[in-house]
Design a protein around this ligand. Structure first.
Ligand SMILES: [Mn+2]
Length: 247
């Protein structure tokens, strides 16, 4: 008879693009992956909540699965609204979280996520890393989600920037000066590791040498995508419908 003599170590890291409250799609993706919480580590790339139909369900599910991951701009927005620093905006779907009986535990759990998470081979950040930072991971390790500094704000917002890390007034302005952050970023600064990120649904899935951009626009009715480096595999499920309008 075969017996397992020791508990199995983590065998897969599963990085998941912007979930934004799309709980049903998250559940279907985990089913498709045959997710096993004893062996798999789940790392959403930020924006766990907002615009989608079930932010509360997503937070409860991700917390129950011991997910890691990083903070995104929508996660920060939720924390700041909960702190009373900001009002809800049109199109926000965060009220269920704010009025939930377990709100404090869920928000405390959310706020534990860092702005960047480094592995030996991978660095995870929600939006991107600045080309001029001497130590891009160190710049973000100690960020306070309740009072994000300039580096943290950049890391959750950037799409295009210039060589000095200046962002255009509007993120998607197509000006010759501003290029996709990943076209300017030198991965030698992070020891050649692969950067896994989200936040850029209009760019879509971005698979390039050293970069995996996983926001494939689930909340817009497109797809929720996972990347598993151990298998060098991308897995996605189609969104059931569009929950928010493309901006
Ligand atoms: Mn985002």
């Amino acid at each position: 008879m075969l017996a397992r003599l020791s508990s199995p170590a983590v065998t897969r890291r599963i990085f998941i693009g912007d979930i934004q409250g799309c709980r049903e799609e998250l559940e279907r993706l985990l089913e498709r992956l045959r997710f096993d919480p004893a062996r798999d580590a789940l790392h959403p790339v930020g924006d766990l909540v907002n615009r989608g139909p079930d932010s509360l369900g997503c937070l409860r599910l991700l917390r129950s699965l011991g997910a890691g991951g990083v903070l995104g701009n929508h996660d920060l927005h939720l924390l700041r609204v909960a702190d009373g620093d900001r009002a809800l905006r049109e199109g926000d779907t965060l009220r269920d979280v704010l009025t939930a009986p377990d709100r404090d535990e869920l928000l405390a759990w959310l706020a534990e996520r860092p702005f960047v998470r480094g592995f030996d081979d991978v660095v995870v950040v929600h939006a991107g890393l600045a080309p001029h930072w001497e130590d891009p991971v160190g710049a973000l390790e100690r960020g306070d989600p309740h009072a994000p500094d300039d580096a943290a704000r950049f890391a959750v917002r950037v799409r295009r920037c210039d060589a000095r890390g200046e962002m255009p007034g509007r993120d998607d302005t197509d000006h010759a000066r501003f290029r996709p952050w990943h076209a300017l970023f030198d991965r030698a600064r992070i020891g050649g590791r692969t950067v896994v990120y989200g936040h850029w649904a209009s760019q879509g899935l971005h698979v390039a040498d050293g970069f995996r951009g996983l926001d494939s626009g689930c909340v817009w009715g497109k797809a929720l995508t996972a990347w598993i480096p151990e298998d060098e595999r991308l897995v996605w499920v189609a969104a059931r419908r569009a929950y928010a309008r493309i901006r």
